[in-house]
Design a protein around this ligand. Structure first.
Ligand code: ZN
Length: 106
């Protein structure tokens, strides 16, 4: 399972200060509400911008995950924790944790 493909764009609701993240022009990926119950989000559009950038951020993170090559065997290591590609990340590696959070299976 993977996330919805295509560019994620922000659409403002017809009324209020709520937003939708839409892919492919019509698929609603997420809704960002200004208020649920008593809790008011300070800037729902800022959250909508962050969510809409998620696919590009995941792609960029994966692009820089293994930048290092080492020796004649061309071993690739994680940018932050320096673990070899294919061996996982060290506990607390922000690169590995963020990618795992985005791609974890239910
Ligand atoms: Zn790592």
């Amino acid at each position: 399972m993977t996330h919805t493909s295509g560019e994620w764009v922000i659409r403002k609701a017809k009324s209020g200060n709520d937003y939708a993240i839409v892919a492919g022009g019509y698929l609603i990926v997420a809704e960002v509400f200004e208020q649920i119950g008593e809790d008011t989000v300070i800037d729902p559009k800022a959250n909508a911008r962050l969510i809409s950038a998620a696919p590009e951020m995941l792609e960029a993170l994966k692009a820089v995950e293994y930048p290092f090559s080492e020796g004649m065997h061309d071993k690739q290591r994680c940018y932050l924790c320096h673990m070899l590609k294919g061996t996982g990340h060290k506990r607390g590696c922000k690169v590995g944790d963020a990618i795992a959070k985005a791609e974890a299976q239910p």
